[in-house]
Design a protein around this ligand. Structure first.
Ligand code: G6P
Length: 615
């Protein structure tokens, strides 16, 4: 993962790099570092810890002048997160300086070879090996930096987004990409490079997103030259106009991005269906779907591949697609699918769901499905992301930047997109009556209002959080459409509070988890009005009989579960198939408040990263 940022231009680089690193910190926060070059001296500072720690170290240790700079925030892969393993890394001569996001898989053999040739290494990283390989090629072949990078990258196996510069070339930086994202911002006599566009959004709206196996040489006066790494051929890059704005990537008065993003859900769900769902006219129109409807309606099967929260959205979609569109659905962890020799054919449609659009396992699953002839459809949030480009077609969720590492609004907007797809297919297939179709469109349009209602429970949820914040374990139970919500609720709690939590289908409880229940065990049960209501009530009785503490998510006005539960979190009445969009809200708030009360870093939980570009 890791976040990388670079600048070359007419401004002081340090404030731009520092601010950029803060915006990219969601990508990793084990360590951070910066190198600045003023044409005479290279200044470097690096430290274990967060960007704030780097800022403090820079203030004490180095001068910050220089109009060329690179910075890195790390999610450790090779080597423990300490000062030495932090990026940037120098080459042995001290001339080349590099930052890297990714993994060089064959670094050990290259390192051995370089050691034989007299190279020494300070860190345990694969990155330091790469920069020395480039240096060795540059010297041995007597070529310029760009050419040396190209030759070196043809020798490495792995994934990378790299940025490097040469002490002898103060007006040039070189970047390259394979598997990890890299955007180049094009300003007025200044250039930015970064893992995403957020570090340069206030300076320019024009960006080039490098494709895999492309590199670029960026020269101050001459601009950007993009080449293919394999054969050195020149590429005419597409300059994209960015739609991002600064407000979207700031906290906007909230204490945390996660809370902001939870509260944004009513408006971003609306953004997701705006212009696509016209309930009065009975229309669902999704740009990416229109030309491919037949592929879906004729599909023998839909396979959904995703990871983490996106996988949970896929599970919700399984219920919705099968119920309405009557197409068999399988939901797979991308990481398992890619290594399983799955049976796929051109009669299958694969839907890849990914907030970031960069998840390595999901990307590999897509490539495999495409190789075997399936039509691959993407549901991504980040516009221009690798998955959105690799898929045959797709629909963006339009949730806006999600910065809190624990995913919230991405989940509900993914479900919104998938619901629209299912309804549209159902209509085209004729597997749903016109009146039910119209009813569901109107119900979907009501969801933002119902989510706003659900958010009003926050104060009550805070009180429940205070009671259970010291629990060591939690169980989350749900049935049908709300089984994936139970999984997602448990994941949210684990991710940000580090409390062990398990999600289970309520009826499966008796096959194992029931053994865990005692008077210490909080059990969160999603018990809203549904076809399974009475069954869930029985499950609650079973928990009660074993003295478990019941926290129930119930429909407003419910009396039966209210009687049985120790605590309740009410949500407005919602049609069952759309209820995950609403029942997930109190669970997001519960984990947020527990983590907050425990003093955890809500937006940047330990060991996690927002965009997982390693397998
Ligand atoms: C990471 C994030 C999760 C996310 C998962 C999949 O683990 O921390 O929040 O659900 O990756 O990411 P994607 O961007 O593909 O949805």
């Amino acid at each position: 993962m890791c976040g990388i940022v670079g600048y070359i231009g007419n401004k002081e680089a340090y404030p731009i790099i520092l601010n950029g690193l803060k915006r990219l910190e969601y990508r990793g926060y084990d360590s951070a570092g910066v190198a600045l070059y003023d044409g005479t001296t290279i200044q470097m500072a690096k430290t274990k810890g967060k960007v704030a720690d780097l800022e403090a170290r820079v203030a004490k240790e180095i001068a910050t002048s220089g109009k060329l700079g690179i910075g890195h925030t790390r999610w450790a892969t090779h080597g423990v997160p300490n000062d030495i393993n932090s990026h940037p890394h120098y080459s042995n001569s001290g001339d080349l300086v590099i930052i890297h996001n990714g993994i060089i898989e064959n670094y050990a053999s290259i390192k051995k070879e370089l050691i034989n040739r007299g190279y020494t290494f300070k860190s345990d990283t694969d990155t330091e090996v790469l920069v020395n390989l480039i240096e060795e090629i540059k010297k041995k072949e007597n070529v310029k930096l760009g050419k040396a990078v190209q030759i070196a990258l043809n020798q490495v196996i792995g994934a990378y987004a790299i940025v490097l510069f040469d002490r002898n070339k103060p007006d040039e930086i070189v970047v390259a990409k394979l598997g990890s994202p890299l955007a180049i911002g094009i300003g007025d006599e200044e250039f930015f490079v970064a893992s995403d566009a957020t570090p340069f959004i206030e300076f320019t709206n024009n960006a080039i997103y490098l494709e895999d196996e492309e590199m670029a040489i960026i020269r101050l006066k001459k601009g950007v030259k993009v080449r293919k790494i394999k054969d050195d051929s020149l590429v005419d890059p597409y300059i994209q106009e960015l739609q991002l704005n600064l407000e979207q990537i700031e906290k906007g008065g909230y204490d945390h991005f996660m809370l902001k993003e939870i509260y944004e859900q009513p408006s971003v769900i609306k953004d997701t269906y705006r212009g696509r769902l016209l309930a009065d006219q009975g229309i669902i129109r999704l740009g990416g779907l229109e030309d491919h409807i037949k592929k879906f309606t004729n599909a023998q099967r839909i396979i959904i591949v995703a990871c983490g929260t996106s996988w949970h959205a896929g599970l919700v979609a399984e219920y919705i697609f099968e119920e309405w569109a009557r197409i068999p659905v399988e939901v797979e962890y991308a990481s398992e699918f890619r290594y399983r020799n799955p049976i796929i054919s051109d009669k299958d449609v694969v839907i890849a769901i990914s907030q970031s659009g960069e998840t390595a396992d999901t990307l590999a699953a897509i490539k495999l499905a495409k190789q075997r002839g399936a039509f691959v459809y993407g549901v991504c949030n980040v516009v221009g992301s690798t998955i959105s480009r690799e898929t045959d077609s797709g629909t963006y969720t339009h949730a806006g930047p999600e910065i809190g590492v624990a995913s919230t609004k991405a989940f509900t907007t993914q479900i919104t997109v998938l619901t629209m797809i299912a309804l549209r297919l159902a209509k085209d297939k004729g597997s749903i009556s016109q009146s039910d179709y119209m009813k569901h469109l109107r119900e979907l349009e009501m969801i933002p209002t119902l989510v706003s209602e659900a958010l009003k429970e926050e104060e009550k949820i805070k009180e429940i959080a205070a009671v259970f914040k010291d629990a060591r374990n939690f169980l989350y139970l749900g049935r049908g459409y709300n089984f994936p919500v139970a999984l997602e609720g448990a994941l949210k709690l684990k991710e940000i509070s580090y409390i062990h939590a398990e999600g289970y289908p309520a009826a499966e409880m008796k096959h194992g988890p029931i053994a865990l229940i005692d008077e210490q065990m909080p059990v969160v049960v999603i018990a809203v009005n549904s076809n399974h209501y009475e069954k869930v009530v029985s499950n609650i009785e079973e928990i009660k009989a074993r003295k478990g503490k019941i926290i129930a998510v119930v429909t407003e006005g419910d009396t039966e579960v209210k009687e049985l539960a120790d605590y309740i979190m009410e949500v407005p009445r919602t049609p069952e198939s759309l209820s995950p969009l609403v029942t997930t809200i109190p669970l997001q708030l519960l984990s947020y408040h527990i983590a907050l009360m425990l003093g955890k870093n809500v937006d940047q939980p330990r060991n996690l990263a927002k965009s997982v570009t390693v397998e």
